[in-house]
Design a protein around this ligand. Structure first.
Ligand code: E4P
Length: 217
């Protein structure tokens, strides 16, 4: 399973990229708004840091296919690695169909059911983003959705890749890997949490103590 980082914060993107563990970036309108920076400016900076798929979403206020297609073309022009993120609606599917025919990569976002993922794959989406954590939030096991989509895509040989999104903790990450997600997009905090284990910290301390006892500092 590959990792994307789910943020528009360039410092966090740099830190994760330097670790060599991320191969792409996902953003959304809330994450861009959190940074308070111009969309084009921040996206361009991200493309200069990570050499892999960078998802940039159409404006949250644009909901018709015509408008999303226009914006999608502009987003795709920013950099060859750009992926246009489009919400899962009937208008979104029309947008995906058109952009795919033009050779533009798409990420169908806000997927909460296997049927939505099937439609997005049929329309030609490069990626689908099922939201794990938001389902868990409403007492519905999000991991089941990832499992279902993964099974269906395998049965029919869809090339559409599954990005497990709304990943909130390290257990989500392991579950996504076991459920067959192609990619998990995770916030920097979760990447940091994944590096940790109390026995690793204890081990480092013990090695240090034993070494110093014999060889000194
Ligand atoms: C996915 O692409 C979204 O940006 C993101 O994973 C949503 O996560 P959240 O539910 O924690 O906001």
């Amino acid at each position: 399973m590959k990792f994307f980082i789910d943020t528009a914060n360039v410092e966090d993107i740099r830190k994760a990229n330097d670790m060599g563990v991320i191969s792409g970036v996902t953003t959304n309108p809330s994450l861009i708004a959190k940074e308070g920076r111009d969309f084009n400016e921040v996206i361009k900076e991200i493309t200069s840091i990570v050499d892999g798929p960078i998802s940039g979403e159409v404006k949250a206020t644009t909901t018709d296919a015509e408008g999303m297609i226009k914006e999608g073309r502009e987003i795709a022009k920013i950099h060859p690695n750009m992926v246009v993120k489009i919400p899962m609606t009937a208008e979104g599917l029309k947008t995906i169909k058109t952009l795919t025919a033009e050779g533009i990569k798409t990420n169908c976002t806000l997927i909460f059911s296997a049927n939505q993922a099937l439609l997005a794959a049929e329309a030609g989406a490069t990626f689908v983003s099922p939201f794990l954590g938001r389902l868990d939030d409403i007492n519905t096991p999000g991991i089941e959705l990832i499992r279902q989509i993964s099974e269906i895509f395998d049965i029919y040989g869809y090339e559409t890749q599954i990005i497990a999104a709304s990943v909130r903790n390290p257990i989500h990450v392991t579950d996504c890997a076991l459920a067959g997600a192609d990619i998990a997009t995770v916030p920097y905090k979760v990447i940091e949490q994944m590096t940790k284990h109390p026995l690793t910290d204890q081990g480092i301390e013990k090695f240090k103590k034993d070494y110093i006892a014999v060889f000194g500092e």
